[in-house]
Design a protein around this ligand. Structure first.
Ligand code: CP
Length: 321
Protein backbone atom coordinates (compact mmCIF):
# COMPACT_ATOMS: atom_id res chain seq x y z
CA UNK A 1 0.00 0.00 0.00
CA UNK A 2 2.72 2.50 1.01
CA UNK A 3 4.45 2.45 -2.38
CA UNK A 4 1.10 2.77 -4.18
CA UNK A 5 0.67 6.24 -2.74
CA UNK A 6 3.74 7.62 -4.49
CA UNK A 7 2.71 10.44 -6.82
CA UNK A 8 -0.84 10.72 -5.42
CA UNK A 9 -2.34 14.19 -5.01
CA UNK A 10 -3.56 15.19 -1.56
CA UNK A 11 -6.26 17.74 -2.35
CA UNK A 12 -9.17 16.15 -0.56
CA UNK A 13 -9.48 13.04 1.59
CA UNK A 14 -12.54 12.18 -0.49
CA UNK A 15 -10.04 10.95 -3.09
CA UNK A 16 -8.29 8.71 -0.57
CA UNK A 17 -9.76 5.31 0.27
CA UNK A 18 -10.20 4.25 3.86
CA UNK A 19 -7.28 1.85 3.45
CA UNK A 20 -5.09 4.70 2.17
CA UNK A 21 -6.10 6.95 5.07
CA UNK A 22 -5.37 4.11 7.50
CA UNK A 23 -1.89 3.81 5.99
CA UNK A 24 -1.40 7.55 6.39
CA UNK A 25 -2.36 7.28 10.07
CA UNK A 26 -0.12 4.27 10.63
CA UNK A 27 2.85 6.13 9.15
CA UNK A 28 2.00 9.29 11.14
CA UNK A 29 2.11 7.32 14.40
CA UNK A 30 5.41 5.71 13.38
CA UNK A 31 6.94 9.08 12.54
CA UNK A 32 5.68 10.56 15.79
CA UNK A 33 7.31 7.79 17.79
CA UNK A 34 10.62 8.28 16.01
CA UNK A 35 10.42 12.07 16.47
CA UNK A 36 9.80 11.67 20.21
CA UNK A 37 12.72 9.19 20.49
CA UNK A 38 14.96 11.56 18.54
CA UNK A 39 15.52 9.02 15.75
CA UNK A 40 16.39 10.56 12.39
CA UNK A 41 13.98 10.02 9.49
CA UNK A 42 15.91 11.00 6.33
CA UNK A 43 13.43 9.43 3.91
CA UNK A 44 13.27 12.25 1.36
CA UNK A 45 16.90 13.30 0.87
CA UNK A 46 17.49 16.10 -1.66
CA UNK A 47 13.76 16.39 -2.40
CA UNK A 48 12.18 19.82 -2.78
CA UNK A 49 8.62 20.86 -2.05
CA UNK A 50 7.22 24.26 -3.02
CA UNK A 51 4.86 25.80 -0.46
CA UNK A 52 2.66 28.43 -2.09
CA UNK A 53 0.59 30.58 0.24
CA UNK A 54 -2.12 32.99 -0.87
CA UNK A 55 -2.97 33.52 2.84
CA UNK A 56 -1.32 33.67 6.24
CA UNK A 57 -0.39 30.57 8.22
CA UNK A 58 1.38 29.52 11.39
CA UNK A 59 0.78 25.77 11.79
CA UNK A 60 0.53 24.71 8.17
CA UNK A 61 3.60 26.53 6.94
CA UNK A 62 5.78 25.51 9.87
CA UNK A 63 4.68 21.89 10.10
CA UNK A 64 5.46 21.51 6.40
CA UNK A 65 8.82 23.33 6.56
CA UNK A 66 9.96 21.58 9.73
CA UNK A 67 8.56 18.29 8.42
CA UNK A 68 10.43 18.28 5.12
CA UNK A 69 13.66 19.29 6.90
CA UNK A 70 13.23 16.34 9.29
CA UNK A 71 12.76 14.08 6.26
CA UNK A 72 16.03 15.30 4.78
CA UNK A 73 14.47 17.47 2.08
CA UNK A 74 13.96 21.17 1.52
CA UNK A 75 10.99 23.55 1.27
CA UNK A 76 10.77 26.70 -0.81
CA UNK A 77 8.28 29.02 0.87
CA UNK A 78 6.46 31.08 -1.72
CA UNK A 79 4.36 34.09 -0.77
CA UNK A 80 2.22 34.24 -3.90
CA UNK A 81 2.07 38.05 -3.76
CA UNK A 82 5.76 38.01 -4.68
CA UNK A 83 5.25 35.60 -7.59
CA UNK A 84 4.22 36.34 -11.18
CA UNK A 85 0.74 35.14 -10.14
CA UNK A 86 0.20 38.73 -9.03
CA UNK A 87 0.77 39.75 -12.68
CA UNK A 88 -1.76 37.18 -13.87
CA UNK A 89 0.35 34.04 -14.44
CA UNK A 90 -2.08 31.13 -14.55
CA UNK A 91 -2.10 27.92 -12.48
CA UNK A 92 -1.13 25.82 -15.51
CA UNK A 93 2.09 27.78 -16.12
CA UNK A 94 3.05 27.98 -12.44
CA UNK A 95 2.46 24.26 -11.86
CA UNK A 96 4.13 23.16 -15.09
CA UNK A 97 7.30 25.09 -14.29
CA UNK A 98 7.58 24.36 -10.55
CA UNK A 99 6.95 20.66 -11.14
CA UNK A 100 10.09 20.57 -13.30
CA UNK A 101 12.16 22.01 -10.45
CA UNK A 102 11.10 19.83 -7.53
CA UNK A 103 9.15 16.88 -6.22
CA UNK A 104 5.82 18.29 -4.93
CA UNK A 105 3.82 21.50 -4.89
CA UNK A 106 1.64 22.43 -1.94
CA UNK A 107 -0.70 25.38 -1.96
CA UNK A 108 -3.11 27.33 0.29
CA UNK A 109 -5.76 29.20 -1.67
CA UNK A 110 -8.96 29.82 0.29
CA UNK A 111 -10.67 32.23 -2.11
CA UNK A 112 -14.32 31.19 -2.22
CA UNK A 113 -15.22 29.49 -5.50
CA UNK A 114 -11.59 29.65 -6.66
CA UNK A 115 -9.22 27.80 -4.31
CA UNK A 116 -10.17 24.18 -4.97
CA UNK A 117 -10.45 24.81 -8.71
CA UNK A 118 -6.99 26.39 -8.66
CA UNK A 119 -5.48 23.33 -6.96
CA UNK A 120 -7.18 20.92 -9.35
CA UNK A 121 -5.98 22.99 -12.25
CA UNK A 122 -2.42 22.76 -10.96
CA UNK A 123 -2.85 18.99 -10.53
CA UNK A 124 -3.92 18.67 -14.16
CA UNK A 125 -0.64 20.18 -15.33
CA UNK A 126 1.86 19.10 -12.69
CA UNK A 127 4.27 16.19 -13.05
CA UNK A 128 4.53 15.94 -9.26
CA UNK A 129 1.94 15.55 -6.46
CA UNK A 130 -0.17 18.56 -5.53
CA UNK A 131 -1.07 18.98 -1.86
CA UNK A 132 -3.70 21.21 -0.38
CA UNK A 133 -2.61 23.41 2.47
CA UNK A 134 -6.31 24.46 2.69
CA UNK A 135 -8.64 25.70 0.02
CA UNK A 136 -12.17 27.08 0.01
CA UNK A 137 -13.66 23.59 0.49
CA UNK A 138 -11.14 21.30 2.14
CA UNK A 139 -8.35 21.28 4.71
CA UNK A 140 -7.13 17.67 4.51
CA UNK A 141 -3.89 18.36 6.44
CA UNK A 142 -6.01 19.54 9.37
CA UNK A 143 -8.58 16.76 8.96
CA UNK A 144 -6.02 13.96 9.13
CA UNK A 145 -4.30 15.52 12.17
CA UNK A 146 -7.68 15.84 13.89
CA UNK A 147 -8.48 12.20 13.18
CA UNK A 148 -5.07 11.14 14.52
CA UNK A 149 -5.67 13.17 17.68
CA UNK A 150 -9.09 11.61 18.30
CA UNK A 151 -7.67 8.10 17.83
CA UNK A 152 -4.75 8.91 20.11
CA UNK A 153 -6.97 10.25 22.87
CA UNK A 154 -10.01 8.00 22.57
CA UNK A 155 -8.49 4.80 21.08
CA UNK A 156 -11.81 3.71 19.51
CA UNK A 157 -13.71 5.94 17.07
CA UNK A 158 -16.86 3.84 16.67
CA UNK A 159 -19.95 5.63 18.02
CA UNK A 160 -18.02 8.38 19.73
CA UNK A 161 -20.24 11.43 20.01
CA UNK A 162 -18.26 14.09 18.15
CA UNK A 163 -19.83 17.55 17.95
CA UNK A 164 -18.73 20.10 15.38
CA UNK A 165 -20.15 23.33 16.73
CA UNK A 166 -20.27 26.81 15.21
CA UNK A 167 -18.79 29.45 17.52
CA UNK A 168 -18.92 33.22 17.56
CA UNK A 169 -15.77 35.12 16.49
CA UNK A 170 -14.80 38.61 15.47
CA UNK A 171 -11.23 37.95 14.26
CA UNK A 172 -11.98 37.22 10.60
CA UNK A 173 -14.47 35.41 8.39
CA UNK A 174 -13.10 31.88 8.65
CA UNK A 175 -13.42 29.39 5.78
CA UNK A 176 -15.77 26.40 6.01
CA UNK A 177 -13.03 23.99 4.97
CA UNK A 178 -12.20 22.70 8.47
CA UNK A 179 -15.75 21.74 9.56
CA UNK A 180 -16.57 20.57 6.02
CA UNK A 181 -13.58 18.21 6.01
CA UNK A 182 -14.50 16.90 9.48
CA UNK A 183 -18.16 16.37 8.47
CA UNK A 184 -17.07 14.17 5.57
CA UNK A 185 -14.19 12.35 7.27
CA UNK A 186 -15.36 11.49 10.78
CA UNK A 187 -18.44 9.45 9.74
CA UNK A 188 -16.09 7.24 7.69
CA UNK A 189 -14.66 6.16 11.04
CA UNK A 190 -18.06 5.27 12.52
CA UNK A 191 -18.36 8.34 14.71
CA UNK A 192 -21.74 9.76 15.72
CA UNK A 193 -21.31 13.27 14.38
CA UNK A 194 -23.49 16.19 15.43
CA UNK A 195 -23.18 19.40 13.44
CA UNK A 196 -24.56 22.39 15.34
CA UNK A 197 -24.94 25.96 14.13
CA UNK A 198 -27.32 28.90 14.15
CA UNK A 199 -29.33 29.20 10.94
CA UNK A 200 -27.38 30.87 8.16
CA UNK A 201 -24.18 28.87 8.73
CA UNK A 202 -25.17 25.66 7.00
CA UNK A 203 -22.85 23.40 5.02
CA UNK A 204 -23.59 22.83 1.32
CA UNK A 205 -26.35 20.23 0.72
CA UNK A 206 -24.00 17.81 -1.03
CA UNK A 207 -21.78 17.74 2.08
CA UNK A 208 -24.70 16.74 4.29
CA UNK A 209 -25.80 14.04 1.85
CA UNK A 210 -22.29 12.60 1.60
CA UNK A 211 -21.71 12.79 5.37
CA UNK A 212 -24.94 10.83 5.97
CA UNK A 213 -23.98 8.25 3.35
CA UNK A 214 -20.51 7.88 4.91
CA UNK A 215 -22.14 7.37 8.32
CA UNK A 216 -24.58 4.76 7.00
CA UNK A 217 -21.80 2.82 5.29
CA UNK A 218 -19.58 2.81 8.36
CA UNK A 219 -21.96 2.28 11.28
CA UNK A 220 -21.97 5.87 12.52
CA UNK A 221 -24.52 8.66 12.33
CA UNK A 222 -24.72 12.27 11.20
CA UNK A 223 -27.24 14.79 12.43
CA UNK A 224 -27.80 18.52 12.44
CA UNK A 225 -29.09 20.66 15.29
CA UNK A 226 -29.54 24.37 15.94
CA UNK A 227 -29.55 23.70 19.68
CA UNK A 228 -26.05 24.23 21.06
CA UNK A 229 -26.78 22.45 24.34
CA UNK A 230 -27.89 19.33 22.50
CA UNK A 231 -24.50 19.22 20.77
CA UNK A 232 -22.58 19.42 24.04
CA UNK A 233 -24.77 16.95 25.92
CA UNK A 234 -22.86 13.67 26.56
CA UNK A 235 -20.28 14.52 23.89
CA UNK A 236 -16.94 12.67 23.81
CA UNK A 237 -15.30 15.25 21.56
CA UNK A 238 -16.32 18.89 21.04
CA UNK A 239 -14.94 21.08 18.28
CA UNK A 240 -16.43 24.56 18.67
CA UNK A 241 -15.11 26.81 15.94
CA UNK A 242 -16.23 29.73 13.88
CA UNK A 243 -16.92 29.53 10.18
CA UNK A 244 -18.31 32.14 7.84
CA UNK A 245 -21.65 32.11 6.09
CA UNK A 246 -20.86 31.12 2.51
CA UNK A 247 -24.25 30.55 0.91
CA UNK A 248 -25.17 34.16 0.28
CA UNK A 249 -28.81 33.12 0.76
CA UNK A 250 -29.26 35.61 3.57
CA UNK A 251 -26.58 38.07 2.54
CA UNK A 252 -24.00 38.63 5.24
CA UNK A 253 -25.49 37.23 8.43
CA UNK A 254 -25.22 39.65 11.37
CA UNK A 255 -23.30 37.44 13.73
CA UNK A 256 -23.36 39.61 16.86
CA UNK A 257 -26.76 38.06 17.63
CA UNK A 258 -24.96 34.73 18.18
CA UNK A 259 -22.45 35.85 20.83
CA UNK A 260 -23.79 33.18 23.16
CA UNK A 261 -22.44 30.47 20.80
CA UNK A 262 -19.33 30.30 22.92
CA UNK A 263 -17.62 27.36 24.55
CA UNK A 264 -17.76 28.05 28.29
CA UNK A 265 -16.98 25.99 31.38
CA UNK A 266 -20.70 25.94 32.12
CA UNK A 267 -21.70 24.40 28.80
CA UNK A 268 -18.78 21.95 28.92
CA UNK A 269 -20.41 20.46 32.03
CA UNK A 270 -23.09 18.97 29.75
CA UNK A 271 -20.47 16.86 27.98
CA UNK A 272 -18.91 13.65 29.29
CA UNK A 273 -16.39 14.12 32.09
CA UNK A 274 -13.54 12.97 29.84
CA UNK A 275 -14.65 15.03 26.84
CA UNK A 276 -11.84 16.46 24.75
CA UNK A 277 -11.95 20.03 23.49
CA UNK A 278 -10.35 20.50 20.07
CA UNK A 279 -9.65 23.55 17.91
CA UNK A 280 -7.63 23.75 14.69
CA UNK A 281 -6.31 27.18 15.80
CA UNK A 282 -5.96 30.09 15.60
CA UNK A 283 -8.71 30.51 18.20
CA UNK A 284 -10.57 33.72 18.92
CA UNK A 285 -10.15 33.56 22.69
CA UNK A 286 -12.93 35.23 24.66
CA UNK A 287 -15.34 34.92 21.72
CA UNK A 288 -15.21 31.35 20.46
CA UNK A 289 -14.05 29.97 23.78
CA UNK A 290 -13.21 30.98 27.33
CA UNK A 291 -9.57 30.77 28.38
CA UNK A 292 -10.58 28.45 31.21
CA UNK A 293 -11.73 25.86 28.64
CA UNK A 294 -9.03 26.21 25.99
CA UNK A 295 -6.36 26.20 28.71
CA UNK A 296 -8.25 23.71 30.85
CA UNK A 297 -7.78 19.99 31.54
CA UNK A 298 -10.00 18.79 28.66
CA UNK A 299 -8.23 20.81 25.99
CA UNK A 300 -5.95 18.92 23.59
CA UNK A 301 -5.23 21.83 21.24
CA UNK A 302 -1.45 21.63 21.40
CA UNK A 303 -1.38 17.87 20.84
CA UNK A 304 -3.72 18.44 17.90
CA UNK A 305 -1.40 21.15 16.53
CA UNK A 306 1.63 18.90 17.11
CA UNK A 307 0.00 16.14 15.10
CA UNK A 308 -0.02 18.51 12.13
CA UNK A 309 3.75 17.87 11.98
CA UNK A 310 3.57 14.08 12.05
CA UNK A 311 0.71 13.83 9.58
CA UNK A 312 2.30 16.37 7.21
CA UNK A 313 5.49 14.27 7.23
CA UNK A 314 3.47 11.14 6.50
CA UNK A 315 1.71 12.81 3.54
CA UNK A 316 5.03 14.04 2.13
CA UNK A 317 6.90 10.77 2.63
CA UNK A 318 4.16 8.62 1.13
CA UNK A 319 3.42 10.81 -1.88
CA UNK A 320 6.97 12.06 -2.62
CA UNK A 321 8.95 8.98 -1.58
N1 CP B 1 -5.04 25.22 11.53
C1 CP B 1 -4.32 25.86 10.61
O1 CP B 1 -4.38 25.54 9.41
O2 CP B 1 -3.50 26.83 11.10
P1 CP B 1 -2.71 27.91 10.24
O3 CP B 1 -3.75 28.78 9.56
O4 CP B 1 -1.88 28.67 11.22
O5 CP B 1 -1.88 27.20 9.22
Amino acid sequence: MRSKLRGKDFITLRDWTKEEIDTLLEVSFELKEKFLKGEPTPYLPYKTIFLMFFEQSTRTRNSMEAGIAQLGGHANYLDTSTMQISHGEVAKDTASVLSRYGHAIACRNCFWGIGNKYLNNMAKHSRVPIMSLQDDLYHPMQGIADLMTIIEKKKETKNLKVSIIWAYATSHKKPISVPLTQCLLFPRYGMDVTLAYPEGFEMPDWVIEEAKKNAEENGGSFRITHDMEEAYRDADVVIPKNWGSWSGKKGDVEISQFKDWKCTEEIMKLAKKDVIYMHALPADRGNEVDDSVIDGPNSVIYDEAENRLHTAKAVMWLTMG
